[in-house]
Design a protein around this ligand. Structure first.
Ligand code: NAD
Length: 499
């Protein structure tokens, strides 16, 4: 049987490209190869970038209002196709369909924000900065930009970048993850159906070769990346060395601190969703619960253990399942390896996901796992596992909990659960993390704020979306004007100063 081949999208049309390198795309629920994606070669990369470079100027010269109308229609079309898109995401990623709908919704909120671009791109004007002289600034698009995205949000993360980049008047080459590449194709097709000019949003399927070309090609002005920390650092350094504007988001190890006065019901419910939703394959998933005091920890672990054992793990397309499979067998085995390492390092394995009944099926399943008595020197604490594994660390004070968060290499999201407003305020102020939740486990900023971590979780000066997105995808030009009014000032050989 010939497997379907997922295309690139160039000039508004599907293209196979010339590369004979192909990568399998799995149905994680069955373990079967569902399709193949081409891994672009040099000729394919040239075709995609050249087409985007040809399309960029005319799009950038359209009025911001005109572009906004295209964005609005695109958002409407994506909403009309939400069910199809959510099922497509689920079929290649393995997350439950309701979760896929949620990520699409959150991504489209960035497009909604971007429809306000005529207002968001406005410059500044100063009347009469000196005698007869006015000064104004404007924001202009960059040209061709690259969006390089991870497997875990095949719609939301591309939309974080596409929303502001396109609305600001840039062309975008999207290089999606080769593990779930189909959603990008449909998003690009819907953009053209919405009236977006062909070539303004192209999709380049590929691996490291495509990424490295985007980071070095002189026609690409800016690179936005989301993925693991080692690749984020590589993309940041390579793109910067080639004179590009770059933002590169990396991995995470998000802590949720539980103070003894926390509402335990609320904490348990929040931890379950935040640790095991999307099988833990979220950069904002909670993977560490830092619990202050043994009495609180004993009560919390007992409640969590029952809930983790009861997780419904199975086909993500079946209503009622909490968790689907992991994205690939390799990723599932890597997580299982971490569970083994946690046991050898001396953590208490309270619930072992490797023995869940779903693991007997052919898909890439693993049950939820819960560790207690995890310490800061263990690999399951230090490293990002990116799976359904929650580590409980016991500490004796809120100060000790804060120190743990601050000393961790990652600083993406963090949460504190407490009824004490003063303690929460102090924590939010002093914690070294980009996004903080107070009795909110996954504090993902809405589209009109910006998303970004600190420390090893992000490289570059700009966050994703919000006004940072507009700043990232435009450059400022400042114009100083004077009009002849008869008679000229004598030549001045000193630095001009205001008069
Ligand atoms: P990944 O780093 O393996 O892949 C991300 C992108 O980089 C993909 O498009 C991939 O094709 C490309 N890539 C992979 N290896 C490369 C190489 N050697 N050279 C150049 N490019 C390469 O990440 P992933 O496994 O797809 O996604 C999961 C990771 O993304 C986790 O670490 C997660 O925390 C992180 N993530 C972070 C955020 C955030 O906003 N901070 C959001 C989502 C995911």
């Amino acid at each position: 049987m010939t497997l379907p081949r997922i295309p690139h999208v160039v000039a508004g049309a599907r293209r196979d490209g010339q590369s004979d390198r192909l990568s399998p795309v799995f149905d994680p629920s069955t373990g079967a190869i569902a399709s193949q994606v081409p891994l672009a070669n040099a000729a394919d990369i040239e075709m995609v970038i050249a087409d985007a470079a040809a399309a960029a100027p005319a799009w950038g010269q359209r009025s911001a209002q005109d572009r906004s109308r295209v964005m609005f229609r695109w958002r409407e079309l994506c909403m009309a196709h939400a069910d199809e898109l959510a099922r497509l995401i689920s079929s290649e990623h393995g997350k439950v369909v309701s979760d896929a709908r949620g990520e699409l919704q959150r991504g489209l909120e960035v497009v909604e924000f971007a429809t306000g671009i005529p207002h968001l791109m406005k410059g500044e004007f100063s009347d009469g900065v000196s005698r007869g002289i006015d000064m104004y600034s404007m924001r202009q698009p960059l040209g061709v930009t690259a969006a390089i995205t991870p497997f875990n949000f095949p719609a939301m993360v591309p939309l974080w970048m596409l929303g502001p980049a396109l609305a600001c008047g840039n062309a975008v080459v999207l290089k999606p993850s080769e593990r779930d590449p189909s959603t990008a194709v449909r998003l690009a097709e819907l953009f053209v159906e919405a009236g977006g000019p062909p070539g303004v949003f192209n999709v380049l399927q590929g691996d490291a070769d495509a990424v490295n070309a985007l980071c070095t090609d002189p026609r690409v002005q800016a690179v936005s990346f989301v993925g693991s920390t080692p690749i984020a650092r590589h993309v940041y350094e390579t793109s910067a060395r080639h004179g590009k504007r770059v933002q590169a988001m990396g991995g995470a190890k998000n802590h949720l601190v539980v103070l003894p006065d926390a509402d335990l019901d609320m904490t348990v419910e929040s931890l379950m969703g935040a640790a095991y939703g999307s099988a833990g394959e979220r950069c904002m998933a909670i993977s560490v619960a830092v619990v202050v005091g043994d009495a609180t920890a004993d009560a919390l672990v007992a409640r969590l253990a029952d809930r983790v054992r009861a997780l419904r793990v199975g086909d993500p397309r079946v209503d009622g399942n909490d968790m689907g499979p992991l994205v690939t067998a390799v990723h599932r085995d890597r997580i299982a390896g971490y569970i083994g390492a946690g046991v050898s390092e001396g953590a208490s394995l309270v619930v072992d996901g490797r023995t869940h009944p779903a693991t007997a099926e052919s898909g890439f399943f693993l049950g939820g796992t819960l560790f207690d008595h995890v310490t800061a020197n263990m690999s399951i604490y230090r490293e990002e596992i990116f799976g359904p594994v929650l580590c409980v660390v016991r500490v004796q004070s809120a100060e000790e909990a804060l120190t743990l968060c601050n000393e961790h290499q990652y600083g993406n999201g963090v949460a504190i659960f407490t009824r004490n407003g003063g303690a929460a305020r102090e924590f939010a102020h002093r914690v070294q993390c980009g996004m903080v939740g107070i009795n909110v486990p996954i504090p993902v900023p809405l589209a009109f704020y910006s998303f970004g971590g600190w420390k090893e979780s992000a490289f570059g000066d700009h966050n994703q979306h919000g006004m940072d997105g507009v700043r990232f995808y435009t450059r400022t030009k400042t114009v100083t004007t004077r009009w002849p009014s008869g008679g000229a000032d004598a030549a001045s050989f000193s630095m001009p100063v205001l008069r």
